[in-house]
Design a protein around this ligand. Structure first.
Ligand code: ADP
Length: 447
């Protein structure tokens, strides 16, 4: 369902006109109200009166995470504190949390873009949504909550974690939609299977999953485990929260629509900062077009992806591909650039392993050593009659040695790096406790 056809299907020339007018206004607005931006624009010799709009946007430089920290807590606000209706923080996955603020009008836009997103995910008014995103300073819980209410859904505000209760509510209240991080949806799917809960006992049809990178492998696991059609929802606190972009349930795998009437996207080269061609990978950069409390010009998200128009799509807005990783978690191992999601792609479709993995990087002397920890699948463990997997069990089972060697070869052939594969028993790697799951451990700077 298209929540707001007038905007979501606005012909591109008109969308550009709208963006252009909004951008000019946003630049004049921050210049007048935020000393950080006034100084920055003055230093660049840019004055709002001569700023031409989208064509001049690349001249504005970037806003980076450090600018939020340097102006902690309220230095980037464009309104008096009394006009700020809500404060949130980013979850601080990569360092100290950053503070973000919203006026009542901003919260209205937030609810609108989340309502659009949930409608694209398959939700229709009258359905029930179990919200397993964390409530609190994290934007996920409350962000989804108010958008769901705006769309006319019944919200079950359960928050993240508490798997027993999540499963109970799924059976008792029978919601059609689940919102969660993909890693937590995996946990729920796995627990449903482990506890032998029948598909008919729950009524889920759709899942909108986001807040961390995920791949088609996880999509398949969640879709079959929960009996849903799972779509990607993307967002970040600095720009708004969840609902900056969303995949349409009938266009799964072709990218997520960015609601570009509010969030203007660019993709730039991570080294030069120059725009890349449509469809090319680079760092995603956002400019807010309508934010009142904390407008942001050209925020360097650190997220690596591409953007492109899909003429066959149901909406006119630009799409973004899946996030390949953050440029700050792109590992450079012996000179080769590498994201952990590449390992995940290689594990997909291998029946002998579970979809869980952990990549650890350490340094021995001057050499980077990479270990990939992978779980043997539940089925294979059962077949071999194993309760754990140790060096000794591997020595006893030739098929495990073959599996380990085949995986190491696959990684070497596809990624171009030698990694040591460590096989573990099913269930030994950490699972999501309701929030984001870290699949990489870089121990190199801890030595
Ligand atoms: P933090 O940056 O501290 O994790 P946020 O909670 O604001 O704070 O998280 C935003 C980040 O989460 C994004 O910049 C992106 O890296 C990641 N993210 C959010 N949604 C998705 C998604 N659907 N796919 C991949 N990554 C996502």
């Amino acid at each position: 369902m298209v929540f707001n056809p007038a905007i979501e299907q606005l012909p591109l020339p008109e969308l550009r006109k709208l963006q252009n007018a909004r951008l000019k206004h946003q630049v004049a607005y921050v210049y007048a109200r935020v000393p950080f931006y006034r100084q920055k624009l003055d230093a660049l010799g840019i004055h709002p009166s001569s700023f031409k709009g989208l064509e001049d946007l690349p001249k504005l430089g970037f806003t980076k995470k450090t600018d939020f920290r340097d102006n902690y807590p309220f230095g980037l606000f464009a309104v008096p504190e009394t006009e700020v209706a809500r404060l949130h923080c980013s979850s601080g996955t990569t360092g100290k949390a950053t503070v973000v603020g919203y006026t009542a009008e901003d919260l209205g836009v937030f609810a609108e873009v989340v309502a659009r997103s949930l409608a694209a995910a398959g939700c229709r008014p009258g359905m029930k949504l179990q919200n397993a995103y964390g409530y609190g300073l994290f934007t996920g819980g409350l962000g989804i909550h108010y958008g769901a209410e705006k769309l006319g859904l019944t919200v079950i505000p359960v928050s993240g974690g508490g798997t027993d209760r999540q499963l109970q509510l799924l059976q008792d209240f029978r919601p059609e939609i689940l919102c969660a991080t993909p890693s937590y949806a995996q946990v729920l799917a796995e627990e449903i299977q482990r506890r032998g809960i029948a598909h008919e006992a729950i009524n889920l049809q759709y899942a909108a999953l986001g807040a961390e990178p995920w791949t088609e492998t996880i999509r398949q696991q969640v879709e079959s485990g929960l009996g849903v059609q799972a779509t990607n929802i993307y967002g970040l606190s600095e720009i708004m929260g969840p609902g900056v972009s969303q995949e349409d349930v009938n266009e799964r795998g072709t990218g997520s629509y960015i609601w570009e009437d509010h969030f203007y996207p660019e993709v730039v080269d991570k080294d030069t900062g120059e725009s890349v061609a449509e469809g090319e990978l680079g760092v995603l950069v956002f400019t807010t077009l309508t934010k009142k409390a904390m407008p942001i010009l050209r925020y360097w998200t650190n997220d690596i992806t591409n953007i492109y128009y899909d003429k066959a799509g149901s909406r006119t807005h630009v799409k973004m591909g899946p996030i390949r990783g953050r440029s700050d978690d792109m590992l450079i191992i012996r000179g080769v650039n590498f994201f952990h999601t590449q390992v995940e792609d290689l594990l997909s479709g291998l029946a002998q392993v579970s979809p869980y993995y952990l990549v650890t990087v350490s340094r021995r002397g001057s050499m980077d050593e990479v270990e990939v920890h992978v779980e043997v699948s539940q089925e294979l463990m059962r077949e071999l009659g194993l309760s754990t997997v140790t060096e000794e069990t591997i020595a006893r089972h030739e098929c495990l040695q073959t599996l380990r060697d085949a995986l190491a070869k696959k990684i070497k052939d596809n990624i171009g790096l030698s990694m040591q594969v460590i096989l573990l028993g099913f269930g030994e790697l950490p699972r999501s406790e309701g929030g984001k799951l870290n699949r990489i451990k870089d121990l190199r700077n801890l030595a």
